[in-house]
Design a protein around this ligand. Sequence first.
Ligand SMILES: Cc1cc2nc3c(=O)[nH]c(=O)nc-3n(C[C@H](O)[C@H](O)[C@H](O)COP(=O)(O)OP(=O)(O)OC[C@H]3O[C@@H](n4cnc5c(N)ncnc54)[C@H](O)[C@@H]3O)c2cc1C
Length: 432
Amino acid sequence: MKVLNNIEKRKVEQTIFAKYNINKHSYEMVEKKLKKTVAIIGGGAAAMMLACSLDRSKFTVSMYEKNRTLGRKFLVAGDGGFNLTHSENMNQFLGRYRNAAFIKPFLNHFTNTQLIEWLAEIGIETFVGSSKRVYPIKGIKPIQVLKAIEKKIAENEVTVFYKHEWTGWKGDDLLFIHDGLTKVIKPDITVFALGGASWKVTGSDGRWIDLFAHKGIATVPFSPSNCAFKVDWKPEFIKDHHGNALKNAAFRCDDKTQKGEAIITHFGIEGSGVYPLSENIRKQLTAHQKAILYVDFKLEHTENELVDILKNEPKLSIKDVLLKRIKLSKTQFELIKNYTTKEEYHSPQFIANCIKHFPVHIVGLGDIDAAISTTGGIALTAVTSNLACKNIANTYFMGEMLDWDAPTGGYLLQACFSMGKYLASHLNEDES
Ligand SMILES: Cc1cc2nc3c(=O)[nH]c(=O)nc-3n(C[C@H](O)[C@H](O)[C@H](O)COP(=O)(O)OP(=O)(O)OC[C@H]3O[C@@H](n4cnc5c(N)ncnc54)[C@H](O)[C@@H]3O)c2cc1C
């Protein structure tokens, strides 16, 4: 079929108007009736990208968000380091995801580079930080990023219904509560993008999970990810060291290692160095009710080098060798001091091993509501590779509500944006 340009389209329209003696308004009314209706439920990152990208000549699109505004979690993510995506190459990028095979087609369809270009098109310039994470340039606040996306949504003629909470189905129709009243809608296509189950104050509360379970859709219980991990620190250690960071370290759980830093808190440990190990820690906790995290305090030295340094400073106390020669921080030193016996403390081999593989015993996960993201939600077995629900026709899922996982640092938002873009292309093409 020949695709008409705008001038050709207008000529065809004028011919039709003249032939049937109708005006442009009534023509538009008919056209609107002929278009399929899409209801996007939820107003977060994934939903906003879909709303920006659906073809308005093919669809009449409505968004239903239970809050008074869109993108509340998006704004929270922007508070203190807004990692919109990460700049590493796609191979490394994909390696960060649990269920990478599921995520791959979406990321390949709309990559980090394409997201950066898209943001620039809507007026949001970005820069790559020293951590290779991608941020809006200095001076651009998270709310400005949200406003730029909302402008694009409005330009795409999407109607946004605020304070509309989806509460289930009546037959095949969708039920919403709005201002205490029940509203029923029957779109041609429904897309759920309801987010995860942390930071409930943003609206992403996961309360919907039972609605889908009762409909026979496979779900997985929510679990915190990118969260704090509980450690029962010795009181004599934690009283002076809570709030201190373990910097320039490497953290390992099973065979996964992450360089970075982590903060020691009264509750336990958290930070960019341990978030990517969430899955491994969670697995060990599930199997053994405890998990072991090994910390390498001195990346620049091998264990043998450390043994040599410890053995070759007979005039210095062990404390001085550790603090002045090996340059451990006070917190690292106190960890070693508090968690070794007198005999172990005087063994160069033992202490060198401790510096390279300090064991932190994790006994639990942090509060789900304080987690940056959650796993669980709609099981991946419940959807096709096009994000379509296997149980309900013309229904799709996307974003954090599906059971995938990634570390924070831009990977979460990128996957949500990529799913939105992918689904838009799929639906746009389907209607060609
Ligand atoms: C503190 C914090 C910091 C973060 N930092 C980063 C970061 O720097 N980089 C990064 O990549 N990611 C970050 N994230 C994660 C990222 O924000 C989320 O993964 C992402 O926003 C998820 O997008 P989504 O579209 O799936 O859902 P959400 O953005 O959670 O949106 C879901 C929407 O659905 C609405 N909703 C829920 N139920 C209903 C219902 N029944 N009816 C109607 N509407 C409903 C909610 O109100 C919400 O607006 C951070 C998260 C937090 C909490």
